[in-house]
Design a protein around this ligand. Sequence first.
Ligand SMILES: [Zn+2]
Length: 283
Amino acid sequence: MLKIALSHDIDRIDKSYQRITHSIKSIMKMDFKSVVFHLFSRNTYWGFDEIIHIESKYNVRSTHFFLNESIKLNLLKKPTYKLSLGRYSIYDNRIKEVILFLDKNGWEIGLHGSYNSYKNHHLLLHEKSVLEEIVGHKIIGTRQHYLNLNEETWHIQNYSNLKYDSSFGFNRTFGFKDKKISPFFPLNNDFIVFPQVIMDKPFMNDINKWQKLQTIFDESEENNGIVVINWHNNYFNEKEFPGYKKTYIRLIEEGLKRKAVFKTLGEFYKDFAPANVDLKILI
Ligand SMILES: [Zn+2]
């Protein structure tokens, strides 16, 4: 049976400095209609209304990984520009409201561990407890921002009482990293890694994507895998990112054609967890 887990890394909710940078690019191309669009399109990154609408229509649910980035802008350090500018606060009322709505209606809330948390258990624990306070119960799953992973990360996550990670995968391409198709237990306990198989941009950029998708479906089905899809919330505005929303919808439809089972990663955790795990304490 084909299994699919839809997920969304929530990196940004507002278009901020991009309104200026994209406008400048449009001016260079003499595309003045786009200049106006970019300057006045602050809310195009929100995406939740579209996600909720699409997934409700197909009666599927996903996992949303929320970020609590604490890196501050340092004008002398260029890498901090992209990591800090235009990020949201986890305490933003809009974020709190959407988290509670999603949680109440069958979606899963997960932690999108901040850029440095993959090597800092104090930071990861802090972010997890802040999110748990907002949602009102335990969080069991995570994906690290930028898919940052080193040899310590799964230990840090496990120590933080997280039950699964979905950071193992590719940023610039898609498919099965290191030929790992089925979920695996890197610490030989009840901690599970669900490999990320497909991410939005690399999938969009591949002209043979639909052909490759069928091969991914076949291999996943044959090896008791889960096709984990990561589609960032900011890609759901068709004017801003043409084709992304349509492709996401088609991914769901291709899965349904194959009679796939769609579950959140938290639900799949319950299916894959060792028999001795007390599932009642999980969610
Ligand atoms: Zn991210």
